[in-house]
Design a protein around this ligand. Sequence first.
Ligand code: 5GP
Length: 214
Amino acid sequence: MIKTKKYGALIVVSGPSGCGKDTVCNALVEQNSNYWISISCTSRIPREEEVDGIHYYFLTKEAFEDKIERNELLEYAEYNGNYYGTPRDIIEEKRSQGMNVILVIEVQGALKIKELIPDAIFIFLVPPSMDILKKRLENRGTETKEKVLARFKTAYQEINEMPKYNYVVVNDEVENAVAKIKSILTAEMCRVDRIEEVDLSTTEEVLHESLMKD
Ligand code: 5GP
């Protein structure tokens, strides 16, 4: 009776660096084959374990700026001195195939998406406490103290933007956070604005007639 839109949803996940966005979203995608995480472009230097084309498309600053010029990015932002941006075309392609697309991006980019695509679903992930966030950032051991400090400062600024999101999820345990996001998505898929068609081919008159016959 109800036909919902085939076009996939756009889910934006933000949260301070070190809060576990990637871990949570990867776990979500592993459990649901109709979700796809967008691969961003960045001018940041790859970390030791990072692979080009899997974690990011690693570009020079100049190559990134060329992409901006050619309007190939849906959104982009400068974050801690590096560019980060979402490739435009693949997002539309995946959504039109019915895939739900997840963007794991920082706040400035998320707010640009909110202007462009207001029916996207905005989820803000937070650590259980700022102390835990500090420990997670230090334990990563991938960056200098100054860089950790800069990320921590940015974290406070980002948390101030949380009210602009639709949902907040505390990442205490990855499985709990994944379960909460799944529930959010289940509810979002039932929104009336996702209805494409309501089939009322059995009219009130037909129903009335058949009831009177019995
Ligand atoms: P990291 O350097 O830790 O990989 O990422 C730094 C921040 O940039 C994270 O908050 C991450 O979610 C965000 N980010 C990654 N890709 C994009 C993107 O395409 N656009 C924007 N605006 N932010 C991104």
